[in-house]
Design a protein around this ligand. Structure first.
Ligand code: HPA
Length: 253
């Protein structure tokens, strides 16, 4: 048996509009409709990486309005096996701070009303996916290995709470999310992660921590985001460079 050769894709969020902008764009449609953007194909020596912009080419699609199913189904049509989900988060936990990165290990879904499953037709076969571990362990390990190689400040583990948005939280909501065990707050990881699992695609998040969660800092959230997004983004780009240009063994002997 030969080893599986992974086909990677990046689903990029806020701040990554220029990612691969010179690469050719593929226009794909799926049974769930069209994905958020054309899919850019970045070519490397012996492989390629697809890039899809979750919020659209002009960053106009709000988190609740993203067609997550079409995005993942389009990548599936391109035979993508592994997705790195880039997204920005606010941080509750004290050990992490804005400007840094995180690869959470768990999530709690607080979203509602989103088309969240491919099993939406009585005639289609139904599967209850195992979602005990919502992210692909090998991909998480590889992202952490690339982070170490890139000397990036990246936190391993923690819980991502997925909020509905597009508004940010109240201070009382953040207290409640903390009591629920949440470390990071973002708006887009669900149903992205579960639809990927339904389609048999491995997915792991690489989160850019861009602000302290509401009520957890003296500065305003928007000032926080403006100040920290570039630092986090540069760290994420370093991680991706190591991940794709200088792959390292995530489990050295
Ligand atoms: N809350 C929810 N989503 C976010 C945040 C936040 O504080 N920052 C970036 N995305």
């Amino acid at each position: 048996m030969t080893d599986r050769v992974p086909q990677f894709a990046i689903i990029a969020g806020s701040g990554f509009a220029s990612f691969g902008e010179d690469a050719p764009g593929l226009d794909i449609s799926t049974r769930f409709g069209r994905p958020s953007s054309t899919i850019r194909q970045l070519r490397y020596d012996d492989h390629s990486v697809y890039v899809l912009l979750r919020h659209g080419d002009d960053h106009s699609i709000a988190p609740h309005a993203i067609n997550y199913r079409a995005n993942l189904a389009a990548l599936k049509l391109l035979k993508v096996s592994d997705v790195i989900a880039l997204n920005t988060v606010g941080v509750i936990r004290e050990q992490a701070r804005p400007g840094q990165l995180a690869v959470p290990a768990q999530l709690i879904d607080f979203t509602w009303g989103r088309a969240h499953t491919i099993y939406d037709s009585p005639t289609a076969e139904l599967d209850h996916i195992d979602f005990t571990e919502p992210f692909a362990p090998a991909l998480r390990d590889s992202l952490m290995a690339a982070s170490r190689a890139a000397d990036a400040e990246c936190h391993d583990g923690g819980v991502y709470g997925v909020t509905q948005g597009p508004r940010l939280e109240t201070a009382a909501e953040v207290d409640r999310y903390e009591r629920a065990g949440v470390d990071y707050l973002g708006m887009t990881l669900m149903p992205e992660a579960s639809v990927a699992r339904e389609l048999g695609i491995a997915l792991a998040p690489l989160c850019l921590i861009v602000n302290y969660a509401a009520g957890r800092s003296d500065s305003s959230i928007h000032a926080d985001i403006a100040e920290n997004t570039m630092t986090a983004k540069l760290q994420a780009m370093r991680v991706l460079k190591h991940f794709f240009d200088e792959p390292v063994n995530p489990n050295p002997a």
